[in-house]
Design a binder for this molecule. Structure first.
Ligand code: IFM
Length: 726
């Protein structure tokens, strides 16, 4: 597997490189920054599942203190490429074993000094993070090395940690803090093992807790520090626990940890890796996407995968429909434990979803558009700022993107189908599906003329057009939820009739289930018109028909938000992202080829692809209708989105950069289900060949009911071989 790296120092890419070379393990993400960087370069140790709000600012995930801070000085000069021009610089990530590396050579007077380092996140003891840092000079030289914890962290919306104590114990530093809003413990720890004898002098300066080593270097000798660091939060014994973990890791030693890490990734890649023969860029892009998905996998039922992974606080570190619709399939195919966490996170979030429904005057469960811990809704009414004026823009994402419930029930259904884990239905799964249906029952409006139920004033995936009636995607998903809920009840009944009867009685669901049954086939499902096109929402066809190029001429600011009340796209047919196309791509069995073709051709030129979720849906549908060469471009733009850094960085005045996990998951969908035509028929698999001329062959594996299937698709054949064993 190829490394992802660049040669030469590029100051203007620091923020994007922080995303590109991200390390993570689901507990935290550590941005791909250099050890000498600070908050100015957006260093972040971003945590999953713990949030804080400062005053009226947005509630967001926490960035912990940085335990990998290290600088070297030669007299008064800091060896830092942002301060002195390096002779050479290489920085990259080895996705094969999840290792970040850098090598920088500086020249000072007659001395050439090389700094090289590598780091990785522990994938088993997920609180831990290690770094090996090496300095070497071509001549004898005295240097000062400072290493420790940087307490001055980067935040998007205010400071979240109150420092309680700074512990300096033998060679260990611990910083104990608590979150400001909820008082949850967050502890960061650090220690080093060194191959030199200098005595460390403790310094507490500029918000940094450091040890200073004065080293008299001999020419061509390596001076090495191995850092054993970590972060632990929420547990009442976070400090003791972290102390134990870091101490143990240090005793085992860097090499042992490094070997364990290699073994973890080898095993992961064995199941998850994809070979794309004949197209190196596609192979790199898809495996990089998979690397990001694995690095973000949830570590417990209380967390899921945020839209921007663990690359920072963008989108508040919250979980969107992206996880269920775009990312879950990868985990269903390779890692059922993580898939189960994703579903359980929503089951645990039912309480939050019920309060949200109640707050809006509805029955049942209305899931958060931007979900934080326990399903807490983090989306605010003013979710965007105007790029020109800086004024907050009223958006209705929070209260009108009701399709989120559909994604969640869809995920539950797929998880149960693929895992056979019927127990989850009795552990809250059924209740979640019924409560989601209950919300829809209450939300829908009866149309006396058509005698059908309609979803009025909603927002579909295309967020530019707000408060629209009968968004096709939303209506079909509502219908799907009613069907799936009944199907899951029947499945649970087959498994344990006594238990389901008791459950329905205890929850008093009899009447509700009856209503859900009656509603099937009574939801208005916008059908294809004479030209086979499905109208995205009622009245969409009457909007101004304009080309994307002409619309762009109306834009006054490069970061201008195009949707909402005053957006330039709002009165037009230009849409932000795949909407009807998403419906056809994700529920392909419901529509004919003719309809799919007509809608693809109609909506493709009208789609701005302003969201990273869009391209993969177009790729998936394009493969389905026999346009793989067309699909290729969209597939590549999803797979390479974080490598080429071309994604939108701003929505209005709001920074939205970071890893795009939905695009990563979407690229996987496009390759496996699009180009390779994979289909699940209960526990049977079929594949097809729809490869683009650019790709000669694709090989991948699918974990299916504890059996591994190896799939090989060439330009003319599709082969599935079952492996015994796991
Ligand atoms: O969930 C998406 C949404 O569909 C478009 N805006 C960004 C969100 C997070 O990725």
């Amino acid at each position: 597997m190829k490394n992802i790296e660049h040669k030469g120092f590029r100051k203007n890419e620091i923020i994007l490189d922080g995303i590109r070379y991200l390390l993570g393990n689901g507990y935290f993400g550590y941005r791909g920054t250099l050890s000498e960087y600070t908050k100015a370069e957006m260093v972040a140790l971003n945590l999953n599942g713990i949030y804080d709000q400062m005053g009226e600012l947005w509630r967001e995930s926490i960035n912990a203190f940085n335990p990998l801070y290290t600088i070297v000085r030669v007299r008064d000069t800091e060896l830092n490429p942002t301060k002195i021009k390096p002779v050479s610089h290489v920085q990259g990530i080895r996705i094969e074993d999840g290792v970040f590396y850098r090598e920088t050579v500086f020249s000072i007077k007659d001395h050439q000094i090389k700094i090289s380092s590598e780091r990785f996140a522990d994938q088993k003891q997920r609180q831990l993070l290690y770094e090996r840092y090496v300095i070497k000079s071509d001549s004898n030289l005295k240097v000062d090395l400072y290493t420790g914890i940087d307490l001055d962290v980067y935040n998007l919306s205010g400071k979240h940690l109150e420092i309680l104590d700074q512990v300096d114990e033998a060679d260990f530093f611990f910083v104990k803090a608590r979150t400001k809003q909820l008082g949850l413990p967050v502890v960061v720890g650090e220690t080093t093992t060194r191959n030199f004898d200098a005595k460390g002098e403790v310094l507490n300066q500029n918000n940094k807790l450091l040890r200073h080593y004065s080293i008299q270097m001999e020419a061509e000798s390596e001076y090495i520090i191995e850092k054993f660091t970590g972060v632990c939060h929420t547990r009442f014994d976070s400090y003791e626990h972290l102390d134990m973990l870091v101490t143990k890791a240090q005793k085992l030693g860097y090499l042992r940890k490094f070997t364990e890490n290699k073994a973890f990734w080898r095993e992961k890649w064995d199941i998850s890796g994809i070979e794309v023969i004949g197209d190196d860029d596609a192979e790199l892009g898809i495996n990089y996407s998979i690397y990001q998905l694995i690095s973000s996998r949830p570590y417990s039922d209380r967390v899921s995968i945020p839209a921007r992974g663990l690359s920072g606080q963008v989108y508040k570190g919250a979980v969107f429909w992206d996880t269920e619709m775009f990312m879950l399939p990868f985990f269903l195919n390779t890692d059922l434990e993580s898939a189960r966490h994703i579903v359980m996170y929503r089951i645990i979030g039912l309480k939050g979803a019920k309060s949200k429904a109640e707050a809006y005057g509805f029955k049942g469960a209305f899931y958060a558009w931007e979900s934080q811990e326990d399903g807490y809704e983090a989306c605010s009414d003013y979710n965007i700022t105007d790029a020109l004026t800086g004024e907050p823009v009223r958006t209705y994402f929070r209260e009108k993107q009701i399709h989120i419930n559909g994604a969640i029930v869809n995920a539950l259904g797929r998880y149960v189908e693929r895992s056979g884990d019927i127990d989850i239905l009795f552990l809250g799964g059924l209740e979640m599906a019924i409560e989601c249906s209950k919300f829809y029952l209450d939300y829908l409006t009866y149309n006396r003329d058509t005698k059908l139920y309609e979803a009025l004033q909603v927002i579909g995936p295309d967020e530019y057009h707000e408060l629209v009636d009968n968004n096709a995607y939303t209506n079909y998903l509502i219908d799907f939820v009613f069907d799936k809920t009944i199907e899951l009840i029947e499945l649970a009944r087959e498994e344990n009739p006594g238990k389901i009867a008791q459950f329905i009685k205890d929850k008093d669901y009899q009447a509700e289930i009856q209503k859900i049954r009656q509603m099937r086939q009574k939801v208005y499902l916008p059908g294809p018109d004479d030209t086979n096109v499905i109208e995205q929402f009622s009245g969409y066809f009457e909007l101004e028909d304009i080309t994307l190029a002409d619309l762009k001429k109306r834009i006054k600011h490069p970061n201008e938000y195009l949707g909402g009340k005053d957006g330039v796209a709002t009165p037009t047919k230009i849409i932000k992202q795949a909407d009807v196309v998403t419906l056809l791509a994700l529920l392909p069995e419901k529509f004919t080829k003719v309809v799919k073709k007509a809608n693809f051709n109609y909506y493709e030129p009208k789609t701005e692809h302003g969201s990273s979720l869009s391209a993969s849906m177009h790729a998936l549908l394009a493969c389905d209708i026999g346009k793989p060469n067309y699909a290729y471009e969209h597939f590549m733009s999803s797979a390479l989105i974080d490598l080429n850094g071309k994604a939108k960085q701003f929505a209005g005045g709001i920074y939205i950069g970071g890893t795009h996990l939905a695009a990563c998951g979407g690229a996987y969908l496009a390759l496996i289900y699009g180009f390779c035509g994979l289909k699940h028929h209960n526990y049977v698999l079929s594949a097809d060949t729809r490869l683009t001329s650019k790709i000669k062959e694709v090989r991948f594996k699918i974990l299916n009911k504890n059996r591994l299937a190896a799939i090989k698709v060439t330009g003319t054949t599709a082969n599935i071989t079952w492996e015994n064993g796991k």
